[in-house]
Design a protein around this ligand. Sequence first.
Ligand SMILES: Nc1ncnc2c1ncn2[C@@H]1O[C@H](COP(=O)(O)OP(=O)(O)OP(=O)(O)O)[C@@H](O)[C@H]1O
Ligand SMILES: C[C@@](O)(CCO)CC(=O)[O-]
Ligand SMILES: [Mg+2]
Length: 382
Amino acid sequence: MLEIRASAPGKLILHGEHAVVHGKLAVAASLDLRASLVLTLNDDAKVKLSLAELNIDIDFPLSDLPQVSAEGASSTQLDQPLYQAIHTLVAARDELSEGLESRRFAVEALLYLYCGIVKATSTQEQDEQSPSGVTINVKSDLPIGAGLGSSAAYSVCLASSMLALTRPIDAANAADLDAINAWAFLSESIIHGKPSGLDNTISCFGGAVSFASGKFNRVSTFQSLEVVLVDTGVPRSTKALVSGVRERKHEFPAVMDPLLDSMGHLSQTFLDISQQLAETSDTDPLFTKLETLMTMNHHMLNAIGVGHPALDDVVRLASSLGLAAKLTGAGGGGCAYVLLRPHASEDVKAKLFAALKEKGLRYWTTSLGGAGVAVERSDANQ
Ligand SMILES: Nc1ncnc2c1ncn2[C@@H]1O[C@H](COP(=O)(O)OP(=O)(O)OP(=O)(O)O)[C@@H](O)[C@H]1O
Ligand SMILES: C[C@@](O)(CCO)CC(=O)[O-]
Ligand SMILES: [Mg+2]
């Protein structure tokens, strides 16, 4: 029996969220929290999906899926007629009418990649003669819609498993990674609107990077930072927040543009200081600078309209213990991260964890810069 297993990590944006959508520099690293997917074939000629975190169990007959144009679907641009056909198909399903719109985007993204990658490579004759369906189960360690790149981890799992269904995929091969990343970006575009590509790139390649205008450089200087991720539990949508910033930028360009520029410069300053950190044993003054940058960036993100009182509460709580925190990802709720100095006193950590527990907030201590996508195909008949 054919089985494909894929997994991909979430990410922490240390600095540069939102600014990166407008071409500025951001710095981010992968997390050790991952999404995972198992794909098998079925004889029912259906795409069956079970998305545990979204409480979605639904199937679509293959015969209902739209035809892909003769030239096949592009991996670099969303095919609008194909997307519209999928959007209409999903909108017609009552099971998906409840809850947030973004639940439907997850199903649309999955069907889009299925049609664009799998259906596009099989001929109509093959489809009619042996209409093998696929069964897909997804689970995730990541909080959904909370700033840690759950949508990107999901998108990378989708892209890598669909590609592995059509040909051998090696996650150590640069061309295969580029193909996964390109399709994952299209899935992110369905979920996010206009993503920068940072989240799917980190989830695909892993490690720690600086990123601007679709290009990234690996960075090894800040992977060892110790952080605590804190989820305010306030739900929000990345798509809505990103479009809110775009509108504000359009309305007040002279005010917004310098703020976005400043956030890009802040990412570069962070990189310069983390480079110095790697070259000295006298780290305390540099950590003081890193903490100042976090506080500044948190307030700049408030200024561009992506803050939330619950995030400010986390920043205040950290500050009462002499620590710095800032929101991460799209903001508007979701997660903040707290920076711990190396050898932070056990007493401070214990106080932080106790205060977070008392407020009923979920938190994670995590390592940065782990592996990117993993995909493996096994076939019992081979
Ligand atoms: N495990 C999952 N199963 C199915 N869909 C998922 C899963 N994880 C994320 N998604 C999709 O991604 C959406 C959440 O993405 P969104 O971009 O709003 O938040 P995020 O990626 O967690 O945060 P950020 O983009 O700020 O890092 C969900 O509503 C769903 O459409
Ligand atoms: C808010 C944002 O910068 C990060 C979301 O994790 C959006 C993006 O980069 O696409
Ligand atoms: Mg996202």
